[in-house]
Design a protein around this ligand. Sequence first.
Ligand SMILES: NC(=O)c1ccc[n+]([C@@H]2O[C@H](COP(=O)([O-])OP(=O)(O)OC[C@H]3O[C@@H](n4cnc5c(N)ncnc54)[C@H](O)[C@@H]3O)[C@@H](O)[C@H]2O)c1
Length: 304
Amino acid sequence: MDILITGGAGFVGSNLAIYLQKMADNITVVDDLSKGVYKNLEGFEGDVVVADISKENMDWEHYLDFEPDYIFHQASNTDTTYPDDKEMLRSNIESFRNILEFAINSQAKVIYASSAGVYGKGTIPMSENSQRDPKNAYAFSKYIMENMARKYTENYDLECVGLRYFNVYGPRESFKGKAASMIYQLALQMKELKRPRIFEFGEQFRDQIYIKDVVEANIEAMEAPSGVYNVATGKPTSFNKIVEVLNKVLGTNLEPDYIKNPYTQFYQDQTLADVSLAASKMGFVAKYDIESGIEDYMRWLGFV
Ligand SMILES: NC(=O)c1ccc[n+]([C@@H]2O[C@H](COP(=O)([O-])OP(=O)(O)OC[C@H]3O[C@@H](n4cnc5c(N)ncnc54)[C@H](O)[C@@H]3O)[C@@H](O)[C@H]2O)c1
């Protein structure tokens, strides 16, 4: 089996690369290292191509000496507060167009990362046929990618599976700094015995999914029919609950320090996925709940 992973030095991509190398004959990661770091790929035995895949006329043959069976497309500008909308859209959309064109030529199945951001502030539970209402350029780029995937699937006999990740947390995200998961940020603060800072009054909730489950969803997607699927637990976790679980796992007893939320315009106060389609069509059910996910993660970080 021959595999190409885009964005493979990033958070999700590197976890996928390390996992999938066991199953692959050939495996190549491509990343422009605009955000990702080589350190995420320690222990990776495959090839690494450093290139910007949003550029026109990407010469895949120059970089690869195989035609992939699967392309896991994780590369993206993932900064939801990025100030240049035009560049955000250009980069994310044109990268995907290049991947889809390459997949037609190589007959690869494409498994690509979309986002719960496409639901905007939509009603919960969010199911795949709920109305999409992207609230920023990042989410809009994912919305357009889903449209493109549908069109390419219909017109070119391409197999294409989109995964709408909800909030992902886990190993190999620390390089993201302020853009790393809330669970990571709070763990850092609490490890230093600082009160965890969360938006007033911590009742907001998100569907938090552990990275090992996200990797598993990508594996299940290899056999899944074309379409778009939620990748989530189907369970809500309030911000206060995260603090409670971290206190338990870290052995601390720190009260939240509530701060005002400056991002009210596009902030998703609540996300919760309907996970029934992913279960029935992909056979994907998250194994980690918030307690076991945080515990596994804190151990990996060496915090417990
Ligand atoms: N982490 C989450 O909670 C989450 C939630 C929903 C969706 N997603 C999606 O999942 C995917 C992976 O997310 P992540 O958290 O690993 O992000 P990340 O920022 O850690 O990784 C993205 C990687 O893509 C690379 N990249 C960006 N533009 C590129 C380009 N033009 N050419 C080549 N490489 C490029 C970056 O250097 C980075 O290593 C993304 O598509 C993201 O939108 C992530």
